[in-house]
Ligand binder design. Sequence first.
Ligand SMILES: C[S@@+](CC[C@H](N)C(=O)[O-])C[C@H]1O[C@@H](n2cnc3c(N)ncnc32)[C@H](O)[C@@H]1O
Length: 258
Amino acid sequence: MVQTKYEFGDCRQLIKKLDSESIHLAVTSPPYNIGKKYGIYSDDVALEEWKKLIDETTKEVSRVLAKNGSFFLNVSPIPDKKTKEIIPLDSIAWEIGKKNGFYLRNKIMWHFNNMQNCTNRLSGRWEAILWLTKDLNKYTFNLKDVKIPVITQGDKRFDASAGRNPTDVWYFDRVNNMTKKKLGIEEAPCVYPVPMIERIIKMSTNPGDWVLDPFVGSGTTLVAAKRIGRNSIGYELDSKYKTVIEKRLKNETAQTKL
Ligand SMILES: C[S@@+](CC[C@H](N)C(=O)[O-])C[C@H]1O[C@@H](n2cnc3c(N)ncnc32)[C@H](O)[C@@H]1O
């Protein structure tokens, strides 16, 4: 029986309740410090404070991850709120990961369309997902479970049915307001796509494994884990997300596949 748990409070405290090496995959999208209206969390802090949040969380994630575990951290370059200079939060997060003993396996480019167009620089169309592992060589990587269709069909030299490596550039539609409305989760500001998290979970866990999301927001990671049949635990600072998480998990039980 698959277990799905969530708790409200500061993830840096809540993670301390988990046993060391008890989690096989951590996947999350932290706040980006771009002034999003999450609720009680202020997404408008000094960069040093943001770094502290990521550093303290990463330390705890490292402690609870199994030796062959992975940490997928979705974080993006952002424009500085005043000057609009681009701050490479993904590079900063990589340094924090490295300092805490993680190895970078891939910097995945999550590519999407339908974002605002810039007039004074190139329009941004990707976010980074850092794939960090605790061990440089030993980690779960179920490539066969995430293969995608081959590009050239009918080439007799290759077995097309075997599929191909999904590469480090992934296209997934962003969850726009229309989709959120369909799901009845308009109140959740930054929802990442369930199919993208499903791919990560399939790739980096096996049945019986535990998935952790320290910044679970509207519960996307819990929904994806449930679909794949993995145990999951999510933490969220703001209890206003309880209703939306409950609603999404209930929809899953009803086999809704939106
Ligand atoms: C980018 S959102 C996550 C969205 C999520 N991936 C989804 O699909 O809904 C980041 C979340 O982190 C939460 N948060 C901020 N600081 C936190 C902390 N210290 N502990 C737990 N959650 C926190 C915010 O309230 C916000 O909901």
